[in-house]
Design a protein around this ligand. Structure first.
Ligand code: AMP
Ligand code: ZN
Length: 108
């Protein structure tokens, strides 16, 4: 298994994990670009958004709901940004589907 995020998902690599369930794992971005910068990552390996299909698209809804809950828990509802980079051209470095959660500029 060479994928970094797959290894984090099975705890073979360390990460600062804030949340996990059967489908998703959420941990702190190692190189944060916001006061709160988390990665919401699917447990199953999907390389990019381009590989989503009818069966896996539900993951996106779950990611957004988890993001909303995190914003509530961390009291950052006043402003947060969700980003998915798709493909190297857009800056995707880790080829395992994930959503960036950025916020905390001005905590509520
Ligand atoms: P992306 O550019 O959308 O592929 O984002 C991947 C992000 O994962 C980058 O911002 C990296 O800093 C971050 N990253 C890579 N390895 C780790 C790790 N082991 N723990 C936390 N974040 C990581
Ligand atoms: Zn993976």
């Amino acid at each position: 298994m060479t994928c970094i995020f797959c290894q984090i998902a099975v705890r073979r690599l360390p990460a600062d994990i804030l949340y996990e369930d059967d489908d998703l794992i959420v941990f702190k971005e190692v190189n944060p670009e916001a006061p709160i910068h988390l990665l919401i990552v699917s447990r199953v390996h999907i390389d990019t958004l381009n590989s989503l299909d009818e069966q896996s698209v539900g993951l996106m809804a779950k990611m957004v709901l988890v993001a909303k809950r995190i914003a509530e828990d961390l009291k950052t509802q006043s402003g947060y940004r969700l980003v998915i980079n798709c493909g190297r051209e857009a800056g995707q470095v880790v080829l395992h589907l994930h959503m960036h959660f950025m916020g905390g500029w001005r905590k509520k």
